[in-house]
Write a protein that binds this ligand. Structure first.
Ligand SMILES: NC(=O)c1ccc[n+]([C@@H]2O[C@H](COP(=O)([O-])OP(=O)(O)OC[C@H]3O[C@@H](n4cnc5c(N)ncnc54)[C@H](OP(=O)(O)O)[C@@H]3O)[C@@H](O)[C@H]2O)c1
Length: 358
């Protein structure tokens, strides 16, 4: 397990608490053999003690973050075990190189990290080719909508011969939360502070506010239906002007305070029009196999499904050939350690029990 933050620590807790039951119900032994953060890594083939992993990890040698250079030492040991799975719950760049090393060693990968899916098209195709050559699994359903069946629904539509005509959604639980709080009159800087405190925000909250996180999710969905798009193709309008975000992370909240007034005025302007502010992603496939992807703030009508979203709820509407008049909608809490970790546990079992298990 790479990453012991909001999602990682929740995953370890869920495995600790539910392991007995899972093993009894599914006749599988689930063993966490390694845990890593940026400081170092723990590895024990017999199983890491999930009652005291924090102390043990803090006392582990400072080998530094896991990357393509440090990963082989861990992956070589992981590969000797039956059904090895690498679980990436970091937001680190370059993990696609680590996954490739894992696939080559016969290790499956489950990740909530979006970055390896947002790499240039050629690199992603190479990674997928190595995965296929080595007959490995790469599950990343929690990258969009946490435990909501967003990617699973999209795959099912494709498998059953339906054709996606448009995807629209509020894909960032963090921005959904911010929009709800802004609508209640909470200043932007304070709502952002709460989102960070509640563990909703990205490791670097500027990724949420700039729209980059939503752009990555839009890209993941577009690529999932086979569209040839790159991150640069996504037209992004940030929630907060770029100059307010061009500060070191420690100065972000102070910088946002200078935006509070303008943001409140914008929310009020939208309210006077009888609408509400939401941050939406829109994907429209083009005839040439590419797509138009737009991400940004939108003043939506009260009748729009996004207008009813509360807190960290995410929603995705798929308009397809078969769902042409009324789109197929997936909606619910799309962020949070418990949801995301639950989704990861489901994916571990999906691999262990075979592809048909969901
Ligand atoms: N939180 C959510 O609701 C949610 C929902 C869906 C998807 N996700 C995704 O899940 C991932 C984790 O989210 P989070 O909220 O748990 O983030 P987080 O609280 O910031 O935790 C990130 C963890 O990753 C570790 N880490 C970073 N780079 C590493 C590296 N190279 N090697 C080993 N460990 C490394 C960090 O180590 P240190 O502790 O040493 O800093 C930290 O423990 C992100 O990619 C996020 O986008 C999150």
């Amino acid at each position: 397990v790479l990453g012991t933050g909001t999602v990682g620590s929740e995953l370890l807790e869920q495995v600790r608490a539910q392991r007995g039951e899972l093993e009894r119900d599914y006749d599988r032994v689930l063993r966490v053999v390694g845990v890593a953060d940026r400081h170092g890594a723990l590895f024990d083939e017999a199983g890491v003690d999930l009652e005291r992993w924090r102390e043990a990890l803090a006392a582990a040698p400072a080998t530094g973050p896991v990357d393509a250079r440090t990963a082989p030492a861990l992956l070589d040991r992981l590969a000797t075990l039956p059904h090895p799975v690498l679980v990436d719950l970091t937001a680190a760049d370059g993990m696609e190189d680590v996954y490739e090393q894992a696939f080559r060693r016969g290790i499956d990968v489950i990740a909530s990290n979006k970055r390896p899916l947002a790499v240039p098209p050629r690199r992603l195709e190479q990674l997928r080719q190595v995965r296929r050559q080595h007959h490995r699994h790469y599950h990343y359903d929690t990258t969009v909508g946490a435990s909501l069946p967003v990617i699973a629904t999209l795959r099912r539509l494709g498998r059953t011969g339906d054709r996606v005509k448009a995807i629209e959604g509020s894909l960032s639980g963090t921005l959904g939360y911010l929009c709800t709080e802004l609508g209640k009159g909470v200043p932007l800087s304070l709502a952002t502070r709460w989102a960070i405190g509640l563990g909703y925000a990205e490791e670097d909250p500027r990724d949420d506010l700039s729209g980059l996180d939503s752009a990555r999710k839009g890209l993941i969905l577009a690529r999932e239906i086979g569209l040839g798009v790159a991150l640069e193709d996504v037209a992004v309008t940030p929630l907060v002007p770029a100059e307010r975000l061009a500060v070191p992370p420690a100065e972000l909240l102070a910088s946002l305070r200078r935006q509070d007034e303008a943001m409140a005025a914008e929310v009020e302007r939208v309210r006077r029009e009888g609408k509400v502010l939401r941050y939406l992603t829109r994907i429209v496939p083009a005839a040439d196999g590419r797509a138009e992807i737009r991400v940004g703030p939108v003043a939506v009508d009260p009748a729009h499904p996004a207008a009813r979203l509360v807190g960290v709820e995410a929603f995705v509407a798929f308009t397809t050939a078969r769902h042409a008049d009324t789109p197929l909608v997936v909606q619910g809490a799309g962020v949070g350690g418990a949801n995301t970790a639950g989704g990861v546990v489901a994916e571990i079992f999906r691999i262990s029990l075979g592809a048909g298990a969901r």
